[in-house]
Design a protein around this ligand. Structure first.
Ligand SMILES: NC(=O)C1=CN([C@@H]2O[C@H](COP(=O)(O)OP(=O)(O)OC[C@H]3O[C@@H](n4cnc5c(N)ncnc54)[C@H](OP(=O)(O)O)[C@@H]3O)[C@@H](O)[C@H]2O)C=CC1
Ligand SMILES: O=C(O)C1=N[C@H](C(=O)O)C[C@H](O)C1
Length: 268
C-alpha cells in the first residue's frame, strides 16, 4: 500500500515514517509539510532518524495524493479538513489522528467521507479503545448518582484541551448513559462554580514536561470510587495503530470509520 504522511516533520509525522518503514505491506511514497517549511527537500528517512529512504519532503500535497493509496494525517484541524478535500478528490483513504476538531471540521470530514473512506480516532492505541468500551459499559451500568470525571495529562507542547482521547472517553460515557455529551460536558472549573450538577461529565486537563498521554476516568459514587486508567509510554504505539488502520481500510467503501471498527471492538 502506497502511503503519504502529512505533517511529516512533526512529532507524530516522524513516528509514522518509522512505523511505515517497519510494517509489512506498505511503503512511504511521499512526506508532506507546509509550503516554506525548513524540512522541504530533506530526505524523509533521515528526518525520522532512519537511513535515507529516497523520499524528499515536499509541499505538493495534490501530486503526492495522486500517486498514493492512503494518507496518514496527524496535523492540525484546519490542515486536516483541507487534506480531507484533497483525499476525497484523489479517492484515497484518509487516516485522521488530528485532535481539537470542532463541529464544523467534523462536518467537512463527513462530507469528504461520502467520496472516500476516512478512519478517525482521537487515539489509535488498542488500550484506549478497549478502555472506551469498558467506560461505555460501566456508565450504562451505574446510575447518574455516580459522577463521571475525566482527567488527562500531556506534554507541555500540546495545543488542544481536553485531549482527543478525553473527548473519546467522554463520548463513550455519554453513549453508555444515552445522553448527548455536548449537553452534559463541563470543563475548566475555576472560582465559585457552585455544587456539581447531577449527570454532568467533567474534564480536567494537565500540561507539563514530556508526558506522552495519561487518561483516567473516575466514577465517583457515595462512599466509593471506581477508576479506570490508561498510560501511553511511547507515541510509536499511535503510529503503529494508524498504519494498522490504513491496511484495514484499503478497499473499504466510502464512509466514516473508527479505531473500534478497525480493532473489532464495536460489539463489546
Ligand atoms: N489520534 C492519536 O492517536 C494521536 C493524535 N495526536 C494528534 O496529532 C496532532 C499532531 O500532534 P504532534 O505530532 O504532536 O504535533 P506537531 O506540531 O509536532 O506536528 C504537526 C505537524 O503538522 C504540520 N502541519 C500543520 N499544518 C500543516 C499543513 N497545512 N500542511 C502540512 N503540514 C502541516 C506542522 O507543521 P508546523 O510546525 O509548521 O505547523 C507539524 O510539522 C495533534 O492534533 C495531536 O493531538 C497525537 C498523538 C496521537
Ligand atoms: O497531542 C498528543 O501528544 C496526543 N494527542 C492525542 C489526544 O489528544 O488525545 C492522543 C495522545 O494522548 C497524545
Amino acid at each position: 500500500m502506497r502511503l503519504v504522511v502529512v505533517g511529516a516533520a512533526g512529532r507524530m509525522g516522524r513516528m509514522l515514517i518509522r512505523a511505515i518503514d517497519q510494517a509489512e505491506g506498505c511503503r512511504l511514497v511521499a512526506a508532506v509539510e507546509r509550503p516554506g517549511a525548513a524540512s522541504i527537500g530533506e530526505d524523509a528517512g533521515l528526518l525520522a532518524g532512519l537511513p535515507p529512504l529516497g523520499v524528499a519532503m515536499t509541499d505538493d500535497a495534490p501530486a503526492a495524493f495522486a500517486a498514493a493509496d492512503g494518507v496518514l494525517d496527524f496535523t492540525a484541524p484546519d490542515a486536516t479538513v483541507a487534506f480531507a478535500d484533497l483525499a476525497a478528490q484523489a479517492r484515497i483513504l484518509h487516516v485522521v489522528g488530528t485532535t481539537g476538531l470542532e463541529p464544523a471540521h467534523l462536518a467537512r470530514l463527513a462530507a469528504a467521507a461520502t467520496h472516500t473512506p476516512i478512519i478517525r480516532s482521537g487515539n489509535m492505541s488498542l488500550g484506549v479503545n478497549l478502555l472506551a468500551a469498558l467506560v461505555r459499559k460501566v456508565a450504562a451500568t451505574l446510575g447518574t448518582d455516580w459522577d463521571i470525571e475525566i482527567v488527562e495529562m500531556h506534554h507541555r507542547m500540546k495545543v488542544d484541551a481536553p485531549s482527543g482521547t478525553a473527548v473519546l472517553l467522554g463520548e463513550a460515557a455519554a453513549e453508555g448513559r444515552a445522553v448527548d455529551l455536548a449537553q452534559q460536558r463541563v470543563a475548566g472549573r475555576d472560582g465559585i462554580t457552585g455544587a456539581r450538577a447531577p449527570g454532568m461529565i467533567g474534564f480536567a486537563a494537565l500540561r507539563g514536561g514530556t508526558v506522552v498521554g495519561d487518561h483516567k476516568v473516575i466514577f465517583a459514587g457515595a462512599g466509593e470510587r471506581l477508576e479506570l486508567a490508561h498510560v501511553a509510554e511511547d507515541r510509536s504505539l499511535f503510529a503503529q495503530g494508524a498504519v494498522k488502520a490504513a491496511l484495514w481500510g484499503r478497499g473499504r467503501a466510502p464512509g466514516l470509520y473508527s479505531m473500534a471498527d478497525v480493532l473489532g471492538l464495536d460489539t463489546l
